[in-house]
Design a protein around this ligand. Structure first.
Ligand SMILES: Cc1cc2nc3c(=O)[nH]c(=O)nc-3n(C[C@H](O)[C@H](O)[C@H](O)COP(=O)(O)O)c2cc1C
Length: 375
């Protein structure tokens, strides 16, 4: 264990975990948001805590990435802690999911901790400040952050009865995508079709409805990389049917995967009361997402850029997703459970794994364990 890991686990985590997860989350976002606005604070933190790893640096689609490891959607829903996340060693960040209209979310509690299972139960229901306000906040970030730290904006359908109908739901997505396309502070756009906690369910996870949604988004002529965030609980044939649709549209990449709802198959290390609602993150999603990602890399080759997330707690977990086809890896839950040092530990560990396997750069490891199959 490193000194920073000990400091987090022995000093900071016991204090945070003393409070309810909802209070700890709100407190952390508020504190980091204030810290990030102190001139020079994020820059100095980055300088003292983050090492350069040339083996992990790369250029893609006109952007520079200092690492393939980024923050996944859900922690920074409102774009309040972007520069602080950069100072932890992430190579990029995901903000959101944001929606066209602001929404206050489901009734509390939103979170339930399962520390032994290394998971969180999440029942937020797409709470966020609304896309316009969030984009204004991103546009106010220092120029260097906007230029050197790519941001993915995760866009979901506004969680309300008015957008539950397919036509209104599509219009709502299109409205947000058009706004994101116009902002210089957003480098990539991710369509979250898979939020398990939204009003009206996962309506865009059937091939027919996904096709309708993507036909409408094609009209916006998005020039930024466009990604789709997939559900974790579909079978491979169901996933493949969605990918086949996506492959006929202007979709650059696929993110695997969202929370899992399938509680029957999870190996719980502590009891989870039945009344706790929501999808599960962390370790219970790890194999589900890596398997779907690997099968996609096998079947679709280079057609999609792949982002792997779900249960990444260590460099080995990240490397597993990379060698199975992920160009990017993201994490959320390990940051909350293990602490901020996890990012640099994963970066450094990835470099060790590359050298162990005789690679000199991360690009050589991507898909190195993928054997191509036919669709
Ligand atoms: C607190 C929390 C909030 C989340 N909110 C969102 C969200 O708004 N949009 C989304 O696409 N995924 C959301 N997710 C899912 C994560 O992006 C990710 O798909 C999932 O948690 C698996 O990754 P992890 O094991 O690293 O957490 C959320 C996850 C957590 C833990």
């Amino acid at each position: 264990m490193t000194l920073r890991s000990v400091t987090y686990k022995r000093l900071i985590k016991p204090v945070l975990f003393h409070f309810s997860p909802d209070k700890a989350h709100a407190f952390t976002i508020r504190t980091l948001s204030i810290a990030g606005r102190i001139p020079g604070f994020a820059r100095t933190t980055r300088r003292v805590s983050v090492r350069r790893h040339p083996e992990l640096e790369f250029e893609w689609s006109g952007m520079h990435f200092s690492s393939p490891v980024g923050l996944g959607a859900g922690l920074d829903k409102n774009g309040q802690i972007v520069n602080m996340m950069r100072s932890l060693g992430f190579g990029f960040t995901e903000v959101g999911s944001v929606t066209a209209e602001a929404f206050k979310g489901n009734a509390r509690p939103w979170f339930y901790r399962l520390p032994q299972t290394q998971s969180l139960v999440v029942h937020v229901g797409l709470a966020n400040h609304g896309i316009r306000r969030i984009i204004q906040r991103l546009e106010a970030l220092p120029r260097t952050v906007q230029k050197k730290y790519p941001t993915i904006l995760s866009v979901a359908r506004t969680n309300s009865q008015h957008t539950a109908e397919t036509k209104q739901g599509i219009a709502d997505y299109v409205h947000s995508v058009a706004i994101a396309q116009q902002s210089a502070a957003v480098q990539m756009i991710e369509i979250n079709i898979s939020c398990p906690n939204a009003f009206g369910g996962e309506t865009f996870t059937t091939p027919q409805l996904l096709d309708q949604l993507l036909i409408a988004i094609d009209e916006v002529s998005v020039t930024k990389p466009l990604l789709i965030k997939m559900p974790a609980d579909l079978t491979w044939p169901q996933t493949k049917a969605l990918l086949t649709v996506a492959s006929t549209h202007a979709v650059t990449g696929i993110t695997f995967a969202n929370l899992t709802k399938n509680r029957e198959v999870i190996d719980f290390k502590e009891p989870l009361p039945k009344e706790v609602q929501g999808g599960l993150s962390g370790v219970p999603t790890r194999e589900l997402s890596t398997n779907l990602l690997h099968k996609t890399a096998q079947a679709y080759g280079d057609r999609f850029v792949l982002i792997g997330l779900g249960g990444v707690f260590s460099a080995k977990d990240a490397y597993d997703k990379i060698t199975r086809g992920a160009q990017f890896v993201e994490l959320v839950t390990s940051l909350i459970i293990e602490g901020p040092q996890v990012v640099e530990e994963i970066n450094a560990g990835l470099v060790d794994l590359l050298h162990r396997d005789g690679f000199t750069h991360i690009s050589e490891a991507i898909g190195s364990k993928v054997t191509k199959t036919s669709r």
